[in-house]
Design a protein around this ligand. Structure first.
Ligand code: MLT
Length: 263
């Protein structure tokens, strides 16, 4: 696996392999390191797998935004895909990354060969959810990233998650800047409903969800599959919201099956 800085302009990424490209978009408040098991497991002589750091995350610099609109993240990913010159890619988004890939699918479906929606939803925040975003931002600024990690971790991973998965999560959460986390929360709060995008997707879609995901539960995944004629559902045993880290073998199998539907 190699670290590539300045991919498509200002984005940093972790990548490996050669050939048809897959682009993986991380969740909140994480970075490309959440995908190391997918990059290690799925990249090879016939697949180039790229996990991006969205602006402000990991090693991609914050660019002064008070809000990270999902459309702005999507435009960054569009720019990165364009810079590769490979045409359409296999696109994967987890949770906030799912909001980003749906925003991308709305504007540039021609750039997508297959789409994986992992532990995510297509609906907007409820009024209670929006208020929760502001409360989380205030709590973060008052109490710090360790507080945020303590608050989020029990909701992000299943009870049985290993210490190493919890440790990796904590390193990523505590490694993001305050301004990035606050901007993410504003962007997620204000994102529109993208349920309608699901009905018009012209490519194979995989909806993948941890069976113990309490943030975007299997019922949300089932709703997305019902709305999308090209979608197939995978429910991952022994995993919560961070299924790619908690059960990488099952998630990699589901992604490999999806990608073979697109070739
Ligand atoms: C994520 O994992 O990206 C977040 O849980 C998404 C959200 O809070 O809506």
């Amino acid at each position: 696996m190699r670290r590539v800085d300045h991919l498509g302009g200002r984005m940093s990424a972790l990548e490996a392999g050669e050939g048809p490209v897959a682009v993986l978009v991380h969740g909140f408040p994480l970075d490309a390191r959440m995908w190391t098991d997918q990059i290690d497991g799925l990249a090879g002589p016939s697949r180039r797998v790229i996990g991006v750091d969205l602006r402000g995350h990991g090693r991609s610099p914050w660019q002064g935004d008070e809000s990270h609109a999902m459309d702005v993240f999507a435009d960054d990913v569009v720019g990165l895909i364009g810079s590769l010159g490979e045409g359409a890619v296999d696109l994967v988004g987890l949770s906030m990354g799912g909001y980003v890939v749906l925003a991308l699918a709305e504007r540039r479906p021609d750039l997508i060969r297959t789409l994986a929606l992992v532990d995510t939803r297509a609906t907007a925040d409820t009024p209670e959810g929006k208020a929760g975003r502001d409360a989380t931002a205030a709590g973060l600024v008052a109490n710090g990233r360790a507080w945020l990690a303590e608050t989020l971790l029990p909701r992000l991973v299943a009870d049985g998650a290993s210490a190493i998965v919890r440790g990796r999560m904590r390193s990523m959460i505590e490694g993001q800047s305050f301004e990035t986390i606050v901007a993410d929360l504003a962007g997620m709060r204000d994102r529109p409903d993208r349920t309608a995008v699901l009905g018009g997707l012209p490519v194979p879609v995989g909806v993948i969800v941890g069976e113990d995901d309490i943030l975007t539960p299997p019922s949300d995944a089932e709703t997305m599959v019902e709305l999308c004629s090209t979608a197939e559902l995978t429910v991952v045993p022994d995993a919560g919201h961070m299924a790619p880290m908690e059960a990488p073998g099952s998630v990699n199998d589901a992604l490999a099956a999806l990608w073979s539907r697109g070739s």
